[in-house]
Design a protein around this ligand. Sequence first.
Ligand SMILES: C[S@@+](CC[C@H](N)C(=O)[O-])C[C@H]1O[C@@H](n2cnc3c(N)ncnc32)[C@H](O)[C@@H]1O
Length: 248
Amino acid sequence: MCNFKFKDLFKAIMEQIDLPDNAVIADLGCRDAGFLAEFVKAFPEKIKSAVGVDVNDKCFRKVKYKKPIELKVMDCSKKLDFDDNTFDFVFTKDMFECISDKDFLVGEIHRILKPGGAVICVNCDWDSVAYNGENKELISKAVHAYAVTKQPWMDDLDSWIGRRMYGFFNKSKLFKSTVSVHNVVETEYTEDSFGYDLSKDIAWLYKENTGALIEKEYAEFIANLNSAYKNGSYIFTKPYYIYKGIKK
Ligand SMILES: C[S@@+](CC[C@H](N)C(=O)[O-])C[C@H]1O[C@@H](n2cnc3c(N)ncnc32)[C@H](O)[C@@H]1O
């Protein structure tokens, strides 16, 4: 994986993947296609073609991919530019919350999957992310504000997307559904950990003047995390819901 942080989550996802020979797979909202590249690495003999799509090619330019990987710019909130019954496996991670008409995308994923094909949809439940630190009210405020504040590149935002995914797919009655949760648990507040990176991302709230968190509150939030880490009480958890659906 391009980022070792995802190693355990990737393992949990891999346990659910069962590809046929000559599999045709897709990653919707792939960004730099890091996951797609790992799938190809894990199943070198099985994957015939792997298509990554994203609404923009910002991250495509950062990496070089070769066959069987192909990257395309596509807006997943619209009819997908793929034929019916194309894919054996569709993967999508942390993209669904950006789409306003989720039922439409569920229908599109069903359409592009072959009969018996599988979708795995992985979403963090942002409102369930937890840090330990002394100022409970402020830490909860910072995490919640980040979870519910829409960023410019998002069409939509649902901070409960993790827990909601099962329902979006299952109520369609188009899939045989199962769901599991992989919890990231960290006790180190160090560079490149999920908790560290998220705490830095939260600065966006005051830097962009969203009104959701002011600079003084952000500084106190970071001070709380640093002091928890120093005194040995730091903990960060982040639940990823892993939905798996088999096309009926
Ligand atoms: C949080 S990132 C997740 C990237 C990648 N799936 C991962 O987990 O590492 C969300 C990605 O979804 C893409 N995205 C957002 N809205 C989209 C849309 N309507 N169609 C396609 N991609 C979209 C963004 O450009 C971004 O690359």
